[in-house]
Design a protein around this ligand. Structure first.
Ligand SMILES: [Fe+2]
Ligand SMILES: [Fe+2]
Length: 295
């Protein structure tokens, strides 16, 4: 299915969430070299709930700072505004989609576990490779499969059919989505990410994470998240909707300049890093509790 048709589907899905204004503004400002830390802090602090959640995460074991970070401007000084921008985006996505309960066959809890696993693993791989923005790799890992949530929530019957087909044969979910719908979760996620005006490397990750070698013009980030995805599938961190294990292509490992030893190190680190990221997981379950008590 051509892109234009996916755009039409997105138009059809009227209540598809948009990013909060604060996050859109932060994304816009972060691209402007004249922006100061104070400008970003001013925008974020207009949203009290977002500010509180950011402070909770920057003070979590995942970042591991010894002293307490008490204000957004302090957080920006210590972590830099790119990191805070990524955290703000992460929180908004959890606010939008983390709170929705599983509608049927698709296990949201396992989905978020897989996404957070890929985020953690993507950050590890990026750090190992000295990639310029390891936090962007975290966000890329977190969002790479976001199209599945859209399918489950807004094209639910069609998505149930996809999941049913997958119980009958060993196949990759993206191939079955293409058979049933004419497009897959990466096409839909890519369109959503471009509507949200996310940074280009993130749009590429979401659009091309299954076959990065087919898009050599993409940023290295797509390769990094692809590798993280394959590792998490192999380590059975969360679930993905299908049971077919993708292989890590030799050409990807070579393209990234990864050694077998690097890979072994990441495999050893991923579980302990996942434990440190528990506060990110809590963000989804806390939101689910809020949802169930209010409904
Ligand atoms: Fe995917
Ligand atoms: Fe995935």
């Amino acid at each position: 299915m051509e892109k234009v048709n996916i755009e039409r589907i997105i138009e059809r899905i009227k209540d598809l969430p948009t990013l909060p204004d604060v996050v859109m503004k932060v994304n816009q400002l972060a691209n402007d070299p004249k922006t100061s830390a104070t400008d970003i802090a001013k925008i974020i602090t207009t949203d009290q709930s977002l500010s509180m959640k950011i402070l909770k995460l920057v003070n979590s074991a995942f970042f591991g700072f010894p002293g307490e970070i008490k204000s957004i401007s302090h957080a920006i000084t210590i972590l830099g505004f790119k990191t805070i921008q990524n955290i703000a985006l992460t929180i908004s996505v959890f606010d939008m989609f983390g709170k929705s309960k599983s509608l049927g066959n698709f296990d949201r809890k396992e989905f978020w576990k897989h996404s957070i696993g890929c985020a953690v693993c993507g950050r590890l791989v990026a750090t190992k490779l000295h990639y310029e923005d390891a936090d962007l790799a975290f966000t890329g890992g977190l969002l790479h499969d976001i199209g599945k949530i859209i399918l489950d929530q807004y094209l639910h019957n069609e998505f149930v059919k996809v999941l049913e087909e997958l119980t009958k044969k060993p196949a990759f979910i993206y191939d079955v989505e293409k058979e049933v719908l004419g497009f897959n979760h990466s096409n839909l996620g890519e369109q959503l990410a471009s509507n949200w005006k996310l940074p280009k490397p993130l749009i590429d990750v979401i659009g091309h994470h299954h076959k990065p070698m087919a898009h050599p013009q993409d940023d290295k980030l797509t390769y990094i998240v692809h590798m993280a995805d394959v590792i998490c599938r192999a380590k059975k961190i969360g679930a993905n909707g299908d049971s077919r294990q993708p292989k890590l292509g030799k050409e990807i490992v070579e393209e990234l300049g990864f050694s077998l030893l690097d890979l072994e190190l990441i495999l050893r680190q991923v579980n302990s890093e996942m434990n440190k990221a528990i506060d990110f997981l809590k963000l989804t379950s806390a939101a689910s509790r809020e949802q169930s008590t209010s409904s």
